[in-house]
Design a protein around this ligand. Structure first.
Ligand SMILES: *[C@@H]1O[C@H](CO)[C@@H](O)[C@H](O)[C@H]1NC(C)=O
Ligand SMILES: *[C@@H]1O[C@H](CO)[C@@H](O)[C@H](O)[C@H]1NC(C)=O
Ligand SMILES: *[C@@H]1O[C@H](CO)[C@@H](O)[C@H](O)[C@H]1NC(C)=O
Length: 444
């Protein structure tokens, strides 16, 4: 669909008739079209399939067959990876208007292929044959996702050996370890050439993380001592319900706690203390419900897009408070893991992640915990964040960003993911433990 505004304008003024039809300009210029999009059948659930969009690397530095492939998973549970695609890290985004795609200066597909998957089935444009087929635990999530990834690799010749990095945010703090654990444990010689896992502002070890809210907001000056006690009480309710394995009720209690936190602080959103309004995922909803969008992405026109599926959220509610920390412990012995958090997030931020890292059963933990935290500077010399790395584990605190790190800090987030994948910059510094004397030398 080519639109030539001047010609159309000219014709309509010349003839002054309605017979010249002036189409609105397309939302998707050719440059904004994904390389591929469509559906990946999920064999363990016949009739179900996952929707995906794929963007090939813009400036790959290696033959495509060796070029890393990043997979992005949204959280929720139940939210669509199209949020990541069109509002966070994809090459074209809607940031202020649902009908205007803007090129992203920090797109994550500069050097790497980028695959967004609506996971699990029932989310976004993905199709669940029935509610019974929607995964109820992380094992099922991983099985389905693995089937979809294998399908994608098989559909695309030349993808067999591409290094795969699974990335995601928020509730994908469950999905990312789950798929990593499944591949490394059960399909170590399978089709997915897994090379690393990255989690942004993740929920991974909920009981530990939930117990940091009160103290975090208290020492940030957002609540007083009395309110802190009240929050602690709300936290204990959820923890007690977990202890008695009332998973659904425990998840509800966590929601209560977060509502209370929102009420007390009065913030526009707990996802970013600096924002005056919530993140605009509504723009993604409006964009994806346009007829043109469905047409170019290969989606049936009759489908209605929701940013988050209540049905999937309901099915996975039993899973919310369950920890996958043991999966991170297993995977970090076998592949590299990046945990990054925007520092302005009050839901799954830095403090809440550090708290569970400290409790990991990992032979290298002591070394990690005593490793130096380095200041990360951006191109202008400002503080972009902080990087701590030992062996296979990297932790990054991203300055000036909330829950949606790539939305708030597009270029910095891109620099981070590229540095981590390629082992460059602060991620390339040798893990040499400073001895007492070298520490002394440094201080001279
Ligand atoms: C939060 O505030 C709303 C509106 O004032 C109120 O209806 C709700 O009960 C409060 N929730 C909690 C958990 O305090
Ligand atoms: C789109 O979905 C409708 C309703 O499910 C169905 O009747 C129709 O055949 C589908 N169209 C295509 C092109 O698949
Ligand atoms: C770190 O991951 C690599 C693979 O990238 C693996 O071979 C190695 O055993 C892991 N190292 C440790 C100390 O766990």
């Amino acid at each position: 669909m080519e639109y030539v505004p001047t010609l159309c304008f000219l014709l309509s003024t010349l003839f002054l008739t309605a017979s010249v039809e002036c189409q609105p300009p397309p939302i998707f210029p050719d440059a904004a079209l994904p390389t591929k999009s469509g559906y990946l059948p999920v064999k363990p659930a016949p009739g179900s399939s996952m929707f995906y969009t794929f963007y090939e690397a813009q400036n790959p530095t290696s033959p495509l067959a060796d070029t890393p492939l990043l997979v992005w998973l949204q959280g929720g549970p139940g939210c669509s990876s199209m949020i990541g695609n069109f509002y966070e890290l994809g090459p074209w985004r809607v940031l202020s208007s649902a009908t205007e795609l803007e090129s992203n200066p920090g797109a994550w597909n500069r050097l790497f292929g980028l695959l967004f998957v609506d996971n699990p089935i029932g989310v976004g444009f993905s199709i669940a044959a029935s509610k019974q087929d929607i995964p109820r635990n992380q094992r099922q999530v991983a099985e389905h996702l693995h089937a979809a990834l294998v399908e994608f690799i098989e559909q695309n010749p030349g993808f067999e050996h591409r290094p795969v990095y699974i990335t995601g945010e928020s509730y994908a703090g469950k999905y990312v370890p789950a798929i990593g654990y499944y591949i490394l444990k059960e399909k170590p010689n399978g089709k997915v050439n897994l090379k690393g896992l990255a989690i942004g502002n993740g929920l991974t070890d909920p009981v530990t993380q939930l117990q940091t809210h009160a103290v975090n907001v208290y020492y940030s000056g957002l609540v007083n001592a009395k309110q802190r006690k009240e929050l602690e009480k709300a936290q204990e309710i959820s923890v007690a319900l977990v202890k008695s394995q009332k998973w659904r009720e425990a998840a509800d209690a966590r929601t209560e706690l977060l509502t209370l936190l929102g009420n007390m602080t009065g913030l526009a959103t707990l996802y970013n203390t600096a924002r005056a309004i919530p993140y605009r995922t509504d723009l993604v909803v409006d964009l994806l419900n346009q007829r043109e969008t469905k047409l170019v992405l290969g989606v049936n026109e009759t489908m209605r897009f929701e940013d988050c599926s209540d049905e999937v959220e309901d099915v996975l509610r039993e899973d919310v408070m369950k920890s996958v920390k043991f999966m991170v412990e297993y995977t970090v012995e076998r592949t590299k893991v990046l945990l990054y958090q925007g520092m302005l997030d009050l839901r799954d931020g830095v403090v809440s992640t550090e708290e569970w890292i400290k409790t990991m059963k990992w032979s290298e933990l002591e070394m990690f915990l005593t490793a130096e935290r380095r200041v990360w500077k951006d191109a202008d010399g400002g503080v972009a964040g902080y990087v701590q790395k030992w062996g296979n584990l990297s932790h990054v605190a991203v300055a000036g960003a909330g829950h949606f790190v790539p939305t708030d800090k597009d270029v910095n987030s891109r620099d981070m993911i590229e540095g981590w994948v390629l082992g460059k910059g602060l991620f390339g510094i040798e893990d040499v433990k400073p001895t007492i004397s070298s520490r002394f030398m440094e201080s001279l």
